[in-house]
Design a protein. Structure first.
Length: 549
């Protein structure tokens, strides 16, 4: 095995999981558009007892990062590579053959592999006209069971023995488009279908199936929620009636205070930042409408937690819990988006032809298409600025919970402030599974993993701190960043570079580019060199942006 991914010192205090007869089961749970502070264990008021328990018995990371949006994040998570090098240079594209997924890497190490939920790593092409596209999205016409994407790019053809879930990225949570079992389209669903429950049910079915075999399993559980449209079950919505009537300014302050109490943040390092929506709650003219939208978002997160509770119960019932490492994270920060509907992947009608209402007065049902938009997104991403898409922490920071029976008792319930990235998940899983990273796969040359990636096992089971500084790079739709140690050079989409000293400004409130021009040049050169190495066009010199007010 490549010694880069096996550090004996990091495993010295652990049970010998590398033995062939005792490899751990591995479960990655990924949610879509979660606010950084939505979970109770990260300072939120949403009822998440099951995730809170996993955190209380495991580890919480406060400086773990994704790729700012669904496709790039999922590409890095599954391949360990920066998305630009594996074909994901934009949205709705296919993984290339110069990489392997975690599932492909683990099959050779004796693992069963399965996925439930959202894929979004295959080329998604529309039919070509709006009328047919809407009929296709709404299940009114399958157009001869037209594939949702090139079938060879589906999860079942990228290493997963089983996949129950969606190929495209956006869904009607009560009747999703692009739902498949492996390559077979699922064109009919029950009247009580709900995407989160379906993913949970199929995950439980797979645990049952795999518990009868001697092989360990790798499971990638990718919930579509709480991604818009805001759809939730009435009973879950009712739990949050009136919970958000005080508005997003009060919520941001309350969550910030709670995060300080939980020792997730230190005010000396993470100053309180304003909501970047620039929409004071006091000025909102329809507060009831805005509050109702947030209630549905909370209900969607609540339902995910209920599902995770059921998954935990099944792992325990089958005797698999103690030897299963569970890692929970989000693909990006909460979304500020509020698109129109009736275009490309946003349906405007139901299967029966009923009209769906954009920004409906009462959100939550299948006949609505609502969003939390930038006011709530700016609150639920507390303590950070901005949101999904941006390379500020509001877009790229994710809660990360790691639970495993082999975490030392003294570390259970602790908070780790060391930086990490989705590119670290591949080497982590390889080390857990005693698997090798291939140089070739199916006749294709496989690119090496980035030099910046590392296994997280030293943080999970060993000394808990990195030896030396970490370096990470980001780019998505012209938003970009580079971090070296505690210095981060960041640019909004379409904006100029800003420099932040994260040691005293983890919330990125004080642009110090003018005070440290040499540091700006150093980091800009690093980012430019990286960008060229992954095939990006390096932008022309852009002047520094104004300091944060």
């Amino acid at each position: 095995m490549n010694k880069k991914y096996l550090t004996v010192a990091a495993l010295s205090s652990m049970i010998a999981v590398a033995q062939a007869d005792d490899k751990p089961n591995i479960m990655l749970i990924v949610v879509d558009d979660l606010g950084y502070s939505d979970l109770g264990c990260y300072g939120g008021e949403i009822n998440t007892p099951n995730l809170d328990q996993l955190a209380g018995e495991g580890l919480r990371f406060t400086q773990f990062f994704n790729g700012a949006r669904s496709c790039p994040s999922r590409a890095s998570l599954l391949t360990g590579c920066y998305p630009h090098t594996v074909g994901i240079t934009g949205m709705g594209l296919s993984l290339t053959d110069n990489c392997v997924t975690i599932a492909e890497a683990l099959k050779g190490a004796g693992y069963n592999t399965a996925m439930t939920g959202k894929w979004h790593l295959s080329l998604t092409q529309g039919i070509g006209n709006q009328a047919d596209q809407m009929a296709w999205l709404s299940h009114q016409n399958t157009f001869g069971n037209r594939p949702f994407a090139p079938v060879e790019t589906y999860p079942c053809n990228r290493g997963f023995d089983e996949h129950f879930g969606t190929i495209w990225g956006v869904v009607n949570h009560f009747d999703p488009f692009s739902l498949v079992h492996n390559t077979e389209a699922i064109n009919e669903v029950s009247s009580d279908f709900y995407s989160t429950d379906y993913i949970t049910d199929k995950t439980i079915d797979l645990i049952d199936s795999y518990s009868e075999e001697d092989k360990p399993f790798f499971m990638y559980v990718a919930y579509n929620a709480p991604h818009w449209p805001l759809h939730a079950k009435p009973a879950d919505i009712a739990k949050y009636n009136g919970a958000y009537d005080a508005g997003w300014d009060a919520l941001r302050q309350t969550r910030y205070n709670r995060m300080v109490e939980l020792d997730l943040i230190d005010p000396a390092q993470t100053p309180f930042a304003a909501n970047e929506s620039n929409r004071p709650w006091a000025n909102e003219t329809d507060k009831a409408f805005q509050s109702d939208n947030m209630e549905v978002h909370a209900a969607m997160v609540d339902c995910i937690d209920q599902g995770i509770g059921r998954i935990i119960a099944k792992l325990k019932a089958t005797g698999k819990y103690d030897n299963t490492i569970i890692m929970f994270m989000s693909d990006n920060g909460a979304s500020s988006e509020n698109y129109t509907i009736g275009d490309f992947d946003r349906h405007d009608r139901t299967r029966s032809g009923q009209t769906v209402v954009h920004n409906a007065a009462v959100p939550g049902s299948e006949l609505t298409y609502n969003y939390i938009a930038n006011g709530w997104a700016g609150a639920v991403n507390t303590p950070f600025r901005y949101w999904k898409r941006e390379s500020f922490h509001g877009g790229i920071a994710t809660p990360l919970i790691v639970h495993w029976n082999n975490i030392p008792a003294a570390k259970q319930g602790s908070v780790n402030h060391q930086p990490g990235h989705f590119i670290d998940l591949m080497p982590t899983v390889l080390e857990l599974a005693d698997a090798s990273y291939p140089a070739t796969y199916n006749g294709n040359a496989i690119q090496p993993l980035p030099a910046e990636s590392r296994s997280l096992l030293p943080l999970i089971s060993g000394e808990g701190v990195w030896n030396g500084e970490r370096t990470f790079f980001w780019e998505h739709e012209t938003g970009r960043a580079v971090r070296v140690g505690d210095w981060k050079l960041t640019a909004l989409t379409g904006g100029g570079w800003q420099l932040f000293n994260l040691a005293v400004d983890y919330s990125e409130t004080n642009n110090v580019a003018a005070e440290y021009p040499a540091r700006v040049r150093e980091l800009k050169t690093l980012w430019n060199n990286w960008a060229e190495s992954v095939g990006l066009t390096v932008p022309a010199e852009i002047p520094d942006t104004d300091v944060y007010p």
